[in-house]
Design a protein. Sequence first.
Length: 154
Amino acid sequence: MRSKSRLRRSARVFLFDESGDLLLIRFVAQRSDGPFVCWVTPGGEVEEGEADLAAAERELTEELGVKLPLVGPVHEEHGGTYEHLGETVRNYDVFFAARCERDLPRLAGVTADEIALMQEAPWWTLEDLKATTANIFPVEISRLAAETYARLWP
């Protein structure tokens, strides 16, 4: 049986601390072929009638309990295709950027699905991003994060 397919627009945030480290959230998604673990920037689906910026601000508040001024969009890309809750999702991501104190964000989540998926939210150095073999999205995150931070906070 073939699963449903839909296009999902998401607003995401490159969230940096004062030294340029990047916060990523570890997701563990249950798929038909078993658990899939990946690391992503904070963010989520843009709701109908919602602007990308408003969605990014809302997602930061829901996922991490922070309200921050956002810059951008700083990057956009087709985020690939994946399976989620029995449907095939084709993603388009719009990225913003922000900076905050390292101890400010606290991983929360709003829905039961989010709370089950989001496991932890540590800070990554740009060097660690370059060296890891973990599944991190976007795939070019080490380059994108370094370029974004250098451009916005030289």
